[in-house]
Design a protein around this ligand. Structure first.
Ligand code: GLU
Length: 304
C-alpha cells in the first residue's frame, strides 16, 4: 500500500502545474502550487507521501464541520427544512439566491450561502462560544489538539469577503439567520482559516468512514444516522459543481476547499487527506483529484 501511495504521488506531481492557486483571498495566492501530499488511514495503519505534513487552510472543508455539529444539534429534518440538501449545480460562491430565499427553496449546506446559514445553527450562547465549540470539535475529530487559525488568511478573507457578506445579508433579509452578520461571518472566516494537514483531514474522514465512531477511543462522536447523512450530502455536493463528474470518476464522499485540500472517505474502510493548491475552474485541486482517481481505480474504491 505504501508503495502504491508513493507511486500515485510521483505520477500525479506533473498535474500540479495545470492548476491555478486561489487568489480571490489575497493571502491564498501565496501558496506554492508545486506542493502535493496525501495521507490514507485505516485507523490501524497510516500511509503517506509528499507534503502530507504541511499545514494549509481547510477553507470549504469547514462546511463539513458546520454541518456535522448543526445536524447533531438540530436533527436531519430541521436541516432539510431549513437549507435543503439538493445540489445547486452553481459555483460555491454564487450570489443569485434572491429567488430561492424568497420562495424558501433549497440552498444546500455545501455552497457558501447554505454553509453560512448552517454555521448559524450550531448552538452556542454567543459567536465566540460558537467558534470555540467548532474549533474544539475540529481538534477532536482530527485528533490534533494543536490546530489553530492562520491569522493572515483570516484577516485577508475578512477584509475582502464582501461577496460572502452580501450572501449573509441576503440570509438575514429573509429571516434565515439572526444576530449580527459580521459576528457570524467572523466564525465562518475563522473556521475556513483553520490550518490542517493531510493527516488531520484523513482522521476527520475516517470518522465518517467509521459511521461517526472514533476508532481510537470507541466513542460515538456523531450518530451513525448523521454520519450516513453527511456522506450522502458529500457525495452529491461536496466537490462544488464538479460533484457529478467526481462521483463518476472517483465515487467517494468527499469535500474540497480552495486551499487545495480534499477530505475523502471510503465508508467502512478508510479516510483520505489530500493537498495540492493548484485548482481547476470549479475550485477543486487538480492534482488532488487525479490522485483520488488513481487510488480509487487501483483499489476499486468507488462505492458504486
Ligand atoms: N472561505 C472561502 C470562501 O468563503 C471558502 C470557499 C471554498 O473553499 O470553497 O470563499
Amino acid at each position: 500500500m505504501q508503495q502504491l501511495i508513493d507511486e500515485i504521488l510521483k505520477d500525479c506531481r506533473r498535474f500540479t502545474e495545470d492548476g491555478k492557486v486561489a487568489d480571490y483571498i489575497p493571502e491564498l495566492a501565496k501558496a506554492n502550487k508545486s506542493e502535493i501530499g496525501i495521507c490514507v488511514t485505516t485507523g490501524e495503519k497510516r500511509y503517506f507521501a509528499g507534503d502530507w505534513n504541511k499545514p494549509f487552510t481547510i477553507q470549504s472543508i469547514a462546511k463539513t464541520i458546520f454541518l456535522m455539529l448543526a445536524v447533531e444539534d438540530n436533527g436531519i429534518d430541521f436541516i432539510k427544512a431549513h437549507v435543503g440538501v439538493e445540489a445547486t449545480g452553481k459555483p460555491f460562491n454564487a450570489i443569485d439566491y434572491a429567488e430561492p430565499l424568497l420562495l424558501r427553496e433549497n440552498i444546500n449546506p455545501m455552497v457558501n450561502i447554505g454553509a453560512i446559514a448552517v454555521c448559524s445553527l450550531v448552538k452556542a450562547e454567543n459567536y465566540q462560544q460558537r467558534f470555540l465549540r467548532l474549533l474544539d470539535f475540529t481538534k477532536r475529530i482530527t485528533g490534533n489538539p494543536d490546530l489553530k487559525v492562520d491569522e493572515n488568511v483570516y484577516y485577508s478573507e475578512k477584509k475582502t469577503g464582501d461577496k460572502n457578506r452580501a450572501l449573509a445579508y441576503l440570509l438575514k433579509n429573509s429571516g434565515m439567520i439572526e444576530g449580527r452578520v459580521e459576528d457570524l461571518l467572523d466564525v465562518y472566516f475563522a473556521m475556513c482559516s483553520v490550518q490542517a494537514t493531510c493527516a488531520d483531514l484523513a482522521n476527520m474522514a475516517l470518522l465518517l468512514a467509521n459511521h461517526g465512531m472514533d476508532i481510537a477511543t470507541g466513542q460515538q462522536i456523531i450518530s451513525e444516522k448523521n454520519a450516513t447523512f453527511m456522506n450522502a450530502v458529500l457525495i452529491t455536493s461536496g466537490m462544488y459543481d464538479g460533484s457529478g463528474e467526481f462521483a463518476t470518476t472517483v465515487g467517494l464522499p468527499a469535500k474540497s476547499g480552495v486551499g487545495g485540500g480534499i477530505m475523502a472517505n471510503r465508508p467502512g474502510h478508510m479516510g483520505i487527506g489530500i493537498y495540492s493548491p493548484g485548482l481547476d475552474k470549479k475550485g477543486n485541486s487538480v492534482a488532488g483529484i487525479k490522485m483520488l482517481e488513481m487510488l480509487s481505480q487501483k483499489l476499486r474504491l468507488s462505492i458504486f
